[in-house]
Design a binder for this molecule. Sequence first.
Ligand SMILES: [Zn+2]
Length: 290
Amino acid sequence: MTNQCSDIYECHCHVALDGVDYRNARERHRGGPDEAWVRGVLDAYRRAGIRYVRDGGDKWGASALARRLAGEYGIEYASPVFPIFRKGDYGAFIGVPYETVSDLRELVARVRAEGGGFVKMMGSGIMDFDRYGVITGFVPDRSELDELVRIAHGEGLPVMMHMNSADGILRAVDAGVDSIEHGNYADRRALAAMADAGCLWVPTISATVNLMGKGLFDEDALGKILEMQRTAILLGHSLGVTIACGSDAGASCVMHAEASLQEARRLSDLLGSWEPLRRGQEKLRSRFPG
Ligand SMILES: [Zn+2]
């Protein structure tokens, strides 16, 4: 059993964002994606030895541009172009909204036409890092999730689903999504469902760990959230869930390339081995090719 991480992939990042403030991205890519910025991030991944990157997308075209340029850096880059979110729910800062099923159909067709390799959907809100147990936003109902997965799979595109909460994860797994992102507050049922369905899990613990000790959020709540997620990762692993390393790089305090290495180190220390994570990232790469 080896605990030495090697050939690390980044299975969840946002090239458009800088790990400092998402508003910087809005400025930076205002007139179209900032190529110098995108190249800088790709070069950071190349220098860190990361040869596969999966991006969660953005509405400015940075992720799509990264995908076109990545070959120059020896990187296989998987992009959904932009994430899709339900109008009025979480995701407006980075995604493209839908209201109706026909909007969904149109957006999925657009992802395909613009060279996206998969569909990224915001299925729930985010963590309230000040209050343990609280998630902002709603989970779409089952029929809506079913419809999305049916449309995406019908176009030959796998689905990467941002989802927190045990109920939300169960609903998404039942609908047939290919990966659950974050997946905070997963319980035994949700984890068992993921294992049974062969649904991949990218638990992104660095998005929590890197906020600790910064005076940004309630430290006690952050500690509990991290502990909850660590416990779920161990349980999920014992139940046979395929877990892959993705840091959510670009999110607050999560720096590109550096955080990919942190996430791999943290998860392999937790599981006591890099091997299941190495296998997990290979599975993810084959399901979400660049
Ligand atoms: Zn993300």
